[in-house]
Design a protein around this ligand. Sequence first.
Ligand SMILES: C[S@@+](CC[C@H](N)C(=O)[O-])C[C@H]1O[C@@H](n2cnc3c(N)ncnc32)[C@H](O)[C@@H]1O
Length: 241
Amino acid sequence: MSNEWTDNDSGKFLNLVDVITPSRYEQMNMLTSLIPAGSNEEFRLVELGCGGGELASLILEKFRSIRYLGLDGSSVMLDASTGRTRLFEDRVEFQLFDLDSNEWRQQLPKPIRCFVSSLVVHHLNDEGKRNLYSDLYDALEPGGAVLLIDIVMPHHPIAQSAVGTQWDVIVKEQSKAMTGSEKTFDEFKNDGWNCYSHPDSMDMPASLFDQLTWMTEIGFSKVDCFWQRAGHAVFGGYKLV
Ligand SMILES: C[S@@+](CC[C@H](N)C(=O)[O-])C[C@H]1O[C@@H](n2cnc3c(N)ncnc32)[C@H](O)[C@@H]1O
């Protein structure tokens, strides 16, 4: 993988993601079930790095009166997510953004009940992640939440190697089960998507423990990891009413 996410990465990722992500829909359903709102309630949710719009679709199906804003740095991804959420077009908006920059953080519509993100925040370094969590906390309405799916880095090298191996095993199984062959697994291996065995400068997963600690220090309450498998975690925190 190169240093920065490219349109080529977007195209490849869209083809591979359901196979190369451990229990993809279990992760996304878990995150969706943690959103602090009733299914008919009117509220605003912002997704960082919405990709092809799979999580957006699940959320829009469940929350019938939501205003959804999806942000991504790739126009390939924004086209894909716009297409996938066409059924809900009166409730959705998509915009280009640069995850690292402060500009979009100052221009967010308010109030915001929830920020969500899947497999994106690990593209920031640790300082960037901490600043992001602080800015999202400030932008949240009371009672809101930041809920993330992301790749996380265990502290111990033994654990890093173990989760990397577990990820390979799962992708091989999912490749056979979902496509009838190991071809997607081979592509996953050859293109170096497993950041535990193929570290690169674009992927900077942080320890889950550290991220939960930063969130607690920033002021989030009920900070927790809600689900974890093969280095992929669903975690986040809530802002007290
Ligand atoms: C691994 S994909 C995840 C996509 C989607 N959330 C999902 O789970 O399928 C990472 C996403 O983050 C976006 N991205 C990566 N780095 C970014 C940056 N610096 N600014 C904005 N978007 C970025 C990519 O365009 C891509 O859609």
